[in-house]
Write a protein that binds this ligand. Sequence first.
Ligand SMILES: *[C@@H]1O[C@H](CO)[C@@H](O)[C@H](O)[C@H]1NC(C)=O
Length: 274
Amino acid sequence: MFNSWRTSVIVIVVLSVIAGILIAVFAHKNRGKILVFFSVKPSISVVDMRVEWHRLDQKYLLVHLFDDHEDRNTEQIQSYRGRTKLNHQELQRGNASLKLSSVRVSDEGLYKCFIQSKSWNDDTTVNVKVEAVGRPPVITVDGFDHSGGLHLQCESEGWYPEPDLEWLDSAGVSLSSETTEKHRNTEGFNVKHTITLHHSDKIHCRVKLRHHMLEALIITTSNMFISWRTPIILISVFIVLSMIAGILIAVFVHKNKGNILLLYAFYVCGHWSS
Ligand SMILES: *[C@@H]1O[C@H](CO)[C@@H](O)[C@H](O)[C@H]1NC(C)=O
C-alpha cells in the first residue's frame, strides 16, 4: 500500500515535469526581406520620372511613391511604414525594384508598379508570395484516457501557408492524428494535432512546409503505462473500505438500537434518582 502510494506521487511529478518541458530540435524564424522586381526595358533611367508602387488587390493603396527625385510616402499605407526602399542608384539603370523588409504574411498579394514621365510610361503587375516558417512544435502530455492510453498534443504556430503536421514513431512509421485543429490569424497558421499512445515509444512531431521542417521529440517510458492503475486501485480500495465500514456501522447501530436506548434510559433514571 505504501509502495503504490509513493509510485503514484512520483508518476504525477514526472508527468508535470514532462508537460512543462518544451522540446525543440531547431528553430528558424523568417524575418526576411524580399525584392519585388521591376526593371524597364530598354534600361533607360527613370530617375526623373514618377515611380508608384500600389497594392492592386487592396483598393490600389499606395505602397511607395518616388516623385520629383524623392521618396514621398506621406500617403503610404500604415502597414508599410518604414519597410519599403527604392534604390535611387538603380533607378538610373531603369531598375525600379522595391525592397520590402520585415516581411509579413499580409504582404502577400498583387503589386502594381507604374512609371511615368510626360512622354513615356510603363507598368507591371507582380504576384508576391510569402512563406513563413513558424515556431518549433511543442509536445504536451495531456493526461490519460479511461483505458490507460497517454494523450499527446503537438502544437506549432506562425506558419504560412498551412504546414503539414505528422506524428512518427521510433521506426519512422506515420501515426494518424486523432484530432486536428488549425487557426489562421495575421501571423499565419497555428496547427494542433493529438494522438493517444498505448505503449512506450519515442515519438516525433514533425511540422513541414516545402523544404522547411521543424521537429519535437518525446520519449515515454513503460512506467507511464503501468502506473496509471495505481491511483485508480487506491480510489477503488478506499471506496470499498468505506462501504464496508458503512455497512458495519449500520448493522451495529441496528443491532444495538434497543441496548443503546435502554442504556440511555438507565442513565437518565439513574441521574434523576440521585
Ligand atoms: C535592381 O535593384 C536591386 C536593388 O534595389 C538589386 O538587388 C537587383 O539585383 C537589381 N536588378 C537588376 C536586374 O539589376
